[in-house]
Write a protein that binds this ligand. Structure first.
Ligand code: ZN
Length: 53
């Protein structure tokens, strides 16, 4: 999973060995951005912060 750095949209994505994060099936976000932040919760990373709600 990856989150668009511009608008926050979440996409299925893949992180390549060189560290580049690219969404699957399209060039970039629908907003036109191509920078994404990894949001992979399958590896026991940081849990959602309840204080933000
Ligand atoms: Zn976006």
């Amino acid at each position: 999973m990856a989150v668009c750095e511009e608008c926050g949209s979440v996409y299925a994505a893949r992180e390549w060995p060189d560290g580049t994060v690219r969404v699957i099936g399209q060039e970039g976000c629908s907003c036109g951005a191509t920078s994404f932040e990894v949001a992979d919760d399958s590896e026991g990373g940081s849990p959602p912060d309840p204080s933000t709600d």
